[in-house]
Design a protein around this ligand. Structure first.
Ligand SMILES: Nc1nc2c(ncn2[C@@H]2O[C@H](COP(=O)(O)OP(=O)(O)O)[C@@H](O)[C@H]2O)c(=O)[nH]1
Ligand SMILES: [Mg+2]
Length: 376
């Protein structure tokens, strides 16, 4: 057995190299076996006007007919009044790996004449999932693996106008990037020439920088050099100019996923035609776990911190006010309901929703939804 001391400053531990094989190097395969049995959960939200190819892209990404279009297919159909959220749950399997997918569609987004606050149901949905997770975590008898419905990635579809982001896009992006991993894509990029596409991308990148929009992936000290280089490359490519298709077409006797028009065929997986492959590699092959981790460690953590701080402040305020009341006023008539059974409660922290009694409301954080605290 040989022993060496670990360099000072790293960790106060002796590095011991066993003289023969012990077997703990199999821990990674033990973990892998367990993870494979449990499967993986990935929750992907698509946001963008109807008709931009959101459903088609989902089917293209997973090479499966997972979702159907909820958009309006004929002009007599009423425009959805609110961006009603629809969740498609399915699971797909590849080489023994089970991926449980929740596809969250926002069909009516941005389709109104007045789109003011059209992001509210989307923001509320994201918060609701975080609140539901916190509730699961805070119950006395916690589930071993709480169901995770937190949104891991928001694919934001930009209309291929060639003129940059619309004010509504900026307003929505500002809100969504604060609470989730947002990846913008240029929808239906086959409608732009290569020059127009390059120019459009530059304009959008400049707008992202100008408005300081925090687009995923974020800088992280834990990344090594290779990961940082990969993220820099991805950053320079964002927004991905994509083309989707849920059909296959024949090119040189080979079936490819693509779109056929009068001028020829667009092979969606061909890098010289569009950036769909880069987007799929990024989302699924290289960053799937990072998207899940960043949701848990960055977005959910921020939400949890805000909620628990507000809860603590609220209960401190209530203790202080009840101490003042009992010191200065006669005891109120008993209602038969003890405060202990009512449990802690935050009146309302929802953006845009006024608290029931503003004078008793805790300080409002910029963004935070109501947290119904578990009763058990
Ligand atoms: N030209 C072109 N058409 C597309 C593309 N993706 C989808 N479409 C078509 O656009 C229409 C609307 O697509 P859909 O996926 O239902 O849009 P959604 O309403 O955003 O979900 C369908 O006819 C699709 O075939 C694309 O990348 N390029
Ligand atoms: Mg759709």
């Amino acid at each position: 057995m040989s022993t060496t001391t670990v360099e000072p400053g790293t960790e106060e531990r002796m590095l011991v190299t066993p003289s023969s094989h012990v077997g703990f190097d199999s821990i990674t395969s033990q973990i892998e076996k367990r993870l494979l049995k449990r499967g993986f959960q990935f929750n992907l939200m698509v946001v963008g006007q109807s008709g931009l190819g959101k459903s088609t892209l989902i089917n293209t990404l997973f090479a499966s007919p997972l979702v159907t279009s909820y958009g309006r297919t004929n002009p007599t159909e009423a425009v959805e009044r609110t961006p009603e959220i629809k969740v498609e749950r399915c699971y797909i399997q590849e080489n023994g790996v089970k991926l449980k997918l929740n596809i969250i569609d926002t069909p009516g987004y941005g389709d109104q004449v007045n789109n003011e606050k059209c992001w509210e149901p989307i923001v509320k949905y994201i918060y609701d999932q975080q609140a539901s997770y916190i509730r699961r975590e805070l119950t006395a008898s916690r589930e071993k693996y709480p169901v995770d419905t937190r949104v891991h990635c928001v694919l934001f579809f930009i209309q291929p106008t060639g003129h940059g982001l619309k004010p509504i896009d900026i307003a929505v992006l500002k809100r969504l990037t604060e609470i989730a991993n947002v990846v913008p894509v240029i929808a239906k990029s086959d409608s732009l020439t290569l020059d127009e596409r390059a120019q459009f991308k530059q304009t959008i990148q400049a707008e992202i920088a100008h408005h300081n929009l925090k687009i995923y992936p974020y800088p992280n000290d834990e990344y090594d050099e290779d990961e940082r280089a990969l993220n820099d490359r991805i950053k320079s490519q964002i927004p991905f100019a994509i083309v989707g298709s849920d059909r296959t077409v024949l090119v040189n006797g080979r079936e490819v996923r693509g779109r056929k028009n009068r001028w020829g065929v667009i092979n969606v997986e061909d890098e010289t035609h569009c950036e769909f492959s880069s987007l799929r590699n990024f989302l699924i092959s290289t960053h799937l776990q990072d998207l899940i981790d960043t949701t848990a460690h960055t977005h959910y953590e921020a939400f949890r911190k805000r909620q628990l701080t507000a809860l603590k402040e609220n209960s401190r305020d209530r203790e202080a006010s009840s101490a003042t009341t009992s010191a200065t006023a006669p005891a109120p008539p008993t209602t038969g309901v003890s405060t202990a059974t009512q449990g802690p409660f935050i009146p309302s922290l929802a953006p845009g929703v006024p608290p029931t009694n503003p004078s008793q409301a805790p300080p409002r954080p910029t963004v935070a939804p109501p947290v119904p605290i578990p009763k058990d």
